[in-house]
Design a protein around this ligand. Structure first.
Ligand SMILES: Cc1cc2nc3c(=O)[nH]c(=O)nc-3n(C[C@H](O)[C@H](O)[C@H](O)COP(=O)(O)OP(=O)(O)OC[C@H]3O[C@@H](n4cnc5c(N)ncnc54)[C@H](O)[C@@H]3O)c2cc1C
Ligand SMILES: *[C@@H]1O[C@H](CO)[C@@H](O)[C@H](O)[C@H]1NC(C)=O
Ligand SMILES: *[C@@H]1O[C@H](CO)[C@@H](O)[C@H](O)[C@H]1NC(C)=O
Ligand SMILES: *[C@@H]1O[C@H](CO)[C@@H](O)[C@H](O)[C@H]1NC(C)=O
Length: 609
């Protein structure tokens, strides 16, 4: 037994991580025309943003690896983050928070503002704030503090116009909603890292294989990647790092999606949003703008009575539903957004814009100025990242968007914290295993339990995509009649967020489902029942797996060392023993056994000294 253990250890050093395999077949590293004077690793520091001076430069030496001796390396770091959106800035500031890692964000547009008006539930946002505080990162700023610029105590919905719900009827949810101050959030998350104003230029063409050849190469200790600086005439920067995290968004070119497991095509959330100023001189009640109260967030206005009298428009609005999402911003300013929740193919932006202004006109809302426009395009659902890849995806790049609502920001920020813990821990080891670090990070994001929960929500997205406006009004009217902890958990859909504990096990999800279906209008309930049956038959039982103990867990992302090269150690041991004691003239030793014999000899020598 003891020998067996020692043999296994000796063998360990012989194991190649899978990266070696393709390293051997990759063409040599292509290096641009970098002169010998450009090899200093400090040369590219001018690319650091002025506001966020290089920190932790002393830890550069920690990126010790063979490639450091290579004259072709321009810069090196412990972790390289590609992309400077919420996912990129979040993971970078978390990783750098313990002062031990040299973290670089590469993005040639780092200075550009973030675009989306992120809307969040106040209690979900609080769980994010608490999590970041535990890393010493304070999300602050914004008019209301906490990187929030607007806050509403209540959230309103309108589902009237079908199932005997009167058109004017308002459903009020007693749950506060906030608008994230995207400028304050970016500022809060721009700490603890360096910025290199350059983009990656590779495309994954297979797992861990990239084109153009030589722009991205993995090896046992890390990755060498070429980055194109903002200035197109500059030659590429060759960056050496231990781990690459891709946060370049939904349509990443580096993170391969898993198309072995059954998956559905993504759907798309499309919305036309506008921050507007309205004329209130004719207003009879200054606490409202049209039907929308200034002290409330309007999450859903799914009514279609503004199309009454126009048959073709009514039919279109019925078949491809959109709703109004309205954030009163104080005084006579409002952010209106006409939104298609999820559709495949996507609804047109022009259609959303036309419907937005038609609805406002119907409500007697007179827009005098458009201050800002937002074109929201969010791929939802689709395949998860493939397993065994060395590039770690995060945020949109790791398909972390809620597959039936499009909510992402809180999920992405919470996921970043799980990943940061894994990576900080692995890189603190004397001999970090990069494959394990990446695999464990993926597992921290998409644990089998979380995949099961996602599969449940993916069914929700597929169901919503099939509904006309009547179905959607019925669906959400029933949904919000559930207790808050049930609907809140469904909307969260990510470990650690408020109320998610009510959706984390199959028992809880089936409980949710049973409670929900009885709250639905009969035709919607019947449709849902049929959809469950047909979906279960066509989609590899992922739905059944998510609401029953049957069918086990989806495959995990956990790191598994490739054990094939060990073979059956006990059998080989036995052969070695028998051959040594053999009296035959010739005792044939198979290659595999010969290697084991070699090793046991080592062991015996070791033991005798
Ligand atoms: C208009 C809009 C409104 C939204 N509203 C909400 C909302 O209200 N609530 C919510 O929860 N979610 C919302 N979302 C969804 C989600 O939060 C966003 O999609 C979110 O910005 C995704 O974050 P991310 O960091 O993963 O990617 P992104 O924010 O898309 O960031 C990608 C980054 O990668 C960079 N990049 C691209 N290519 C390269 C390259 N080759 N090399 C280096 N860098 C590169 C880009 O410049 C960018 O900095 C909204 C999305 C949109 C588009
Ligand atoms: C204005 O609207 C608010 C909110 O609906 C209502 O409480 C108030 O009574 C209205 N005031 C007038 C003068 O109608
Ligand atoms: C209905 O609306 C369309 C524009 O969407 C318009 O072209 C058409 O004339 C309208 N029909 C009627 C009867 O008002
Ligand atoms: C399961 O998925 C595979 C691959 O996508 C597909 O070929 C097969 O038909 C699916 N099975 C069921 C029962 O849906």
């Amino acid at each position: 037994m003891r020998i067996l253990v020692i043999i296994t250890c000796t063998f360990t050093s012989l194991f190649c991580c899978f990266s070696h395999a393709f390293l051997a077949t990759s063409p040599p590293l292509l290096v641009g025309p970098i002169s010998s004077t450009s090899t200093s690793s400090t040369r590219y520091y001018p690319f650091c943003s002025k506001n966020f001076p290089a920190i932790g430069t002393s830890s550069l030496k920690s990126s010790s690896n063979a490639a450091d001796n290579n004259n072709n390396i321009d810069d090196s770091c412990d972790v390289l983050i590609l992309g400077g959106g919420p996912a990129g800035c979040a993971i970078a500031s978390l990783l750098g928070s313990n002062g031990k890692l040299d973290v670089v964000v590469a993005n040639k547009d780092f200075d550009k503002d973030w675009v989306p008006n992120y809307g969040v539930w106040k209690d979900e946002w609080q769980t994010v704030l608490d999590e970041y505080k535990s890393f010493g990162i304070e999300l602050d700023g914004g008019e209301f503090g906490r990187s929030v610029d607007r806050e509403w105590d209540v959230t309103d919905c309108y589902f009237g116009g079908s199932f005997d719900i009167p058109t004017e009827k308002r459903m009020r949810l007693d749950r506060p909603y906030c608008r994230v101050d995207r400028f304050a959030l970016k500022k809060s998350l721009t700490k603890n890292f360096r910025v290199v104003e350059a983009n990656h230029m590779s495309n994954a063409i297979g797992i861990n294989v990239y084109s153009p050849a030589g722009t991205l190469i993995h090896d046992e200790d890390g990755t060498t990647i070429q980055l194109q600086p903002k200035d197109a005439d500059s030659s590429p920067i060759t960056m050496r790092t231990k781990i690459v995290i891709d946060t370049t968004g939904h349509e990443t070119k580096l993170v391969m999606k898993d198309n072995i497991e059954p998956y559905t095509q993504p759907g798309f959330q499309i919305a036309y949003g506008a921050s507007v100023v309205v004329d209130e001189t004719e207003s009879t009640n200054l606490s409202k703008i049209g039907p929308y109260e200034k002290d409330a967030m309007t999450l859903f206005d799914y009514r279609t009575d503004h199309f009454d009298g126009n048959e073709s428009e009514t039919i279109k609005a019925n078949k491809a539903p959109t709703f109004m999402y309205a954030m009163p911003l104080g005084g006579n300013r409002v952010f209106f957004e006409e939104t298609s929740l999820v559709a495949r193919p996507a609804v047109s932006f022009q259609e959303c814009k036309d419907r937005c202004f038609k609805r406002l006109k119907h409500h007697g809302i007179v827009v005098t100025k458009i201050e800002e426009e937002e074109f929201c395009y969010i791929p939802m659902g689709g395949a998860l990242p493939a397993r065994d890849q060395r590039i770690l995806g995060l945020g949109g790049a790791a398909t972390m968007v809620h597959p039936s609502t499009g909510y992402h920001i809180c999920r992405c920020l919470m996921g970043a914290s799980s990943v940061a813990k894994v990576i900080q821990e692995e890189l603190a080891l004397e001999q970090p295993n990069i494959d394990r670090a990446v695999a464990s990070s993926y597992d921290a994001l998409w644990s089998p339990g979380n995949i099961r929960q996602r599969n449940f929500a993916t069914f929700g997205g597929e169901f919503l995509m099939k509904q006309n406006v009547v179905g959607l009004r019925g669906f959400f009217d029933g949904f919000f009649k559930l207790p808050l902890e049930l609907w809140g958990g469904f909307l969260a859909g990510w470990p650690g967020l408020a109320y998610n504990e009510n959706h984390e096990s199959w028992e809880k999800r089936i409980w949710f489902g049973l409670n929900f279906i009885v709250k639905l209008p009969l035709p919607v309930a019947a449709d849902m029942f049929l959809s469950i049956v047909s979906y279960s038959l066509t989609e590899n039982f992922s739905l059944i797996q998510s609401v029953t103990p049957l069918l086990g867990d989806p495959p995990s992302y956990k790191y598994k060392r490739n054990m094939d090269s060990i073979g059956d150690v006990a059998a080989k041991e036995e052969a070695v023993g028998m051959i040594r004691q053999s009296n035959a003239d010739v005792a044939e030793m198979p290659t595999e056994v010969a290697i084991t014999a070699e090793k046991t000899k080592d062991v015996e020598i070791v033991e005798s000294t």
